[in-house]
Design a protein around this ligand. Structure first.
Ligand SMILES: Cc1cc2nc3c(=O)[nH]c(=O)nc-3n(C[C@H](O)[C@H](O)[C@H](O)COP(=O)(O)OP(=O)(O)OC[C@H]3O[C@@H](n4cnc5c(N)ncnc54)[C@H](O)[C@@H]3O)c2cc1C
Length: 636
């Protein structure tokens, strides 16, 4: 029987975390070295967790499929990280950051987790500054801030357009210190392919050594997954090409509930798709919406060169429809608005892109000031498109970017499998149905530096999990099943490449489980994905052998998992018969096209238990709100 106790502590919202930390069982320093923890993933969440657990004295084994922990997808984050420091004196507070985040997620996240995120946000900035992260500063030396979507204060800390890289360098240095001290053993080029459970508790993992092909087992008394999100299920997304859901999915198949899989974020400011053969989409940071104005021509079929379209023939649709937040309306709303404008035929040249225009900002603050703020993003844009955004507006269009859904976790970030913790984008924890900009880095580092180290310690202190032998039956069975699955993939010898099938899956998902969804489309796509899965297992061609480097085999395993996850996304979207955040059901909208939530029936986390491919059991965790009123989200 699946246990979905959220373990939210009693008491006032603002005191829950402090009291919980006080009530936790501690492990005496001399005993900490007797406990082993496996951390899978060394992005911001994983590197933060591994370094901090190591610093505390636990014995950590950290795994990544990359050749260096520095290559995690976190490195791509551009715009910034939120914190409630209120350096701008503009009315920010921990409560306001909490409120913006829970409202931004359309009241579909757990109140206590979201509050804790806001509460520890300030510690993150202090920690990163102490590590030497070069955040942008004002002339007088204080840390600078800018604004991101869904907020009316400036609380985003940044390092030009490479915040993720700088934060990851900080976490990576801390991790390396622990590797040098012998507290963390680092395993590169290892892909986790199974979770090992002994007596109902997570006790280890099975990995494939991506260089030799050997399948290896590792044991520990707790396992932390910090393996990132699943946007690449859409084939085209802004995620790093290697990002995938396999670790989380294999844990799901071993009993970890998967929560709210249909909550996926399509980011409004990406470069439009250019052709059929494209394999990646590129994000232009949301920070650009601080100064860039978004518009489309008023006239369907407008053919004039952009700089010749007069003001009177332009529709600044976000400023018009959402005057309070304007171009900084949240991502779900901005993306849908762009889609609708293009559906009406008002996209650039009638196609699927809208303008992001800096002409006014350049007039107002001058080109050097714009260059200072966004220079590297403008350069990147020009390198890719061969157009100079200082002279002509950028063209942007929404693209899959982030996944709010993920493995279900309780307040301690422990999954429904005892001893299995999940951190960062891989869990479903804090963002509800829509994530606000600059909040993913905050969550990854909050989980890694400030939550997991406490809650894993509490698990050890209270449960005292036994050590297990890596040669035990469960480990051997997991190894066998990984080998079997590789051999099966290699033996199909069909006609389609792994990418052919992945692209088909992506097309189905973006069409029917993308920016808007409806019942008929979801029912249709569930059948089509199930058929596509059969097509994959009968007609895919995976070349090479398993005892060697084999990128084709790696990708095949990941796409096999995406084919199951994609179906669950559609099943979840069909079940959630309301519109909320990024989950927009066409059937539930106002006459102005705004989402209509159904709090009476759907104020719950949908946590799915795996029964077999294509069959899941739904469990509901009701969301209780003690501090906020479930208002209709309005950015007007
Ligand atoms: C282009 C872009 C820009 C962004 N900009 C911002 C921003 O400005 N602000 C913000 O807040 N957020 C931003 N985000 C979102 C943010 O970057 C991510 O949500 C966050 O970095 C995820 O961190 P993570 O540690 O959870 O996972 P990741 O950084 O994705 O790390 C996952 C780790 O898990 C490992 N791994 C995965 N599976 C396995 C496996 N099976 N076996 C072994 N290892 C495995 C990988 O090797 C990697 O080390 C951006 C995202 C993108 C795509």
């Amino acid at each position: 029987m699946m246990n979905l106790d959220s373990k939210v502590p009693k008491g006032n919202l603002s005191e829950k975390w402090t009291n919980h930390k006080f009530n936790m069982k501690l492990v005496n320093p001399a005993n900490k070295r007797k406990y082993d923890v496996i951390v899978v993933g060394t992005g911001l969440a994983g590197a933060g967790a591994a370094a901090t657990l190591g610093e505390l004295g636990y014995k950590v084994k950290a795994f990544t499929y990359h050749d260096s922990s520095r290559r995690a997808h976190s490195i791509a984050a551009q715009g910034g990280i939120n914190a409630a420091k209120d350096y701008q004196n503009d009315g920010d507070s921990v409560y306001r950051l909490f409120y913006d985040t829970i409202k931004g997620g359309d009241f579909r996240s757990r109140e206590a987790n979201t509050f804790r995120l806001a509460e520890v946000s300030n510690n993150i900035i202090d920690q990163c500054v102490a590590q030497g992260v070069p955040f942008a500063r004002e002339y007088g030396g204080t840390l600078a801030n800018r604004s991101f979507g869904g907020a009316q204060v400036s609380r985003t800390f940044y390092a030009r357009g490479e915040t993720g890289q700088q934060l990851l360098l900080g976490a990576y240095s801390s991790l390396n210190r622990q590797i040098k001290l012998g507290n963390v053993e680092m395993y590169h080029r290892r892909e986790m392919l199974d979770l090992v459970i002994v007596d109902g508790k997570a006790k280890g993992i099975t990995v494939r050594n991506l260089i030799t092909g050997e399948v290896e087992s590792y044991a520990a008394q707790a396992v932390v997954l910090a393996t990132g999100g699943y946007s690449n299920v859409f084939f085209l997304s802004t995620s790093a090409m290697m990002s995938n859901a396999t670790a989380a999915w294999r844990a799901h198949k071993k009993g970890a509930a998967f929560a709210n899989p249909c909550f996926t974020q399509i980011h409004p400011t990406c470069l439009p798709q250019h052709g059929e053969g494209q394999s990646k989409l590129v994000l232009m940071s949301e920070s650009l919406r601080n100064d860039g104005r978004i518009w489309v021509p008023n006239i369907v079929g407008e053919k004039r060169p952009v700089n010749e379209i007069p003001e009177s023939d332009r529709d600044y649709y976000l400023e018009r429809r959402y005057p309070s937040f304007g171009n900084l309306a949240p991502r779900d709303i901005s993306s849908r608005s762009a889609k609708y404008a293009c559906d009406e035929g008002k996209g650039v040249n009638g196609g699927r892109s809208v303008y992001l225009d800096f002409a006014d900002a350049i007039k107002r603050i001058g080109e050097p000031a714009v260059r200072e703020k966004y220079g590297n993003l403008f350069e990147m844009y020009e390198n890719i498109t061969a157009e100079n955004p200082y002279k002509v507006p950028m063209q942007i269009y929404p693209a899959p970017h982030y996944t709010m859904g993920g493995l279900w976790v309780d307040y301690n970030l422990m999954s429904s499998i005892p001893g299995l913790f999940v951190a960062g984008e891989a869990n479903f924890s804090d963002h509800g149905a829509n994530r606000l900009g600059a909040s993913a880095l905050m969550q990854g580092l909050a989980d890694g530096y400030f939550v997991i180290p406490y809650t894993v310690g509490n698990y050890f202190g209270s449960e005292k999990p036994e050590k297990v032998d890596v040669k035990g039956t469960e480990f051997n069975a997991a190894k066998e099943s990984v080998n079997e699955s590789s051999n099966k993939l290699l033996s199909i010898n069909g006609k389609q490449t792994v990418d052919d099938i992945h692209r088909k899956l992506g097309d189905l998902l973006i069409d029917k489980v993308g920016m808007s969804r409806d019942e008929a489309g979801l029912k249709e796509v569930i059948t089509k994905i199930s058929d596509l899965r059969d097509e994959f297992w009968n007609d895919v061609k995976v070349v090479g052998k398993s005892e060697d480097i084999n990128l084709n085999l790696e990708r095949a395993g990941r796409v096999a998992d995406f084919l199951e996850l994609g179906e669950l996304m559609a099943v979840d979207a069909l079940n959630r018969d309301e519109s909320c955040g990024a989950h927009f059901r066409e059937e539930h909208q106002t006459s102005e096209g705004e989402a209509i939530r159904n709090d009476d029936e759907f104020a719950y986390v949908a946590a799915w238990e795996f029964e077999k491919a294509g069959k899941w059991k739904l469990h509901k965790e009701n969301l209780e709100f003690e501090s906020v009123e479930l208002a209709t989200r309005s950015y007007k």
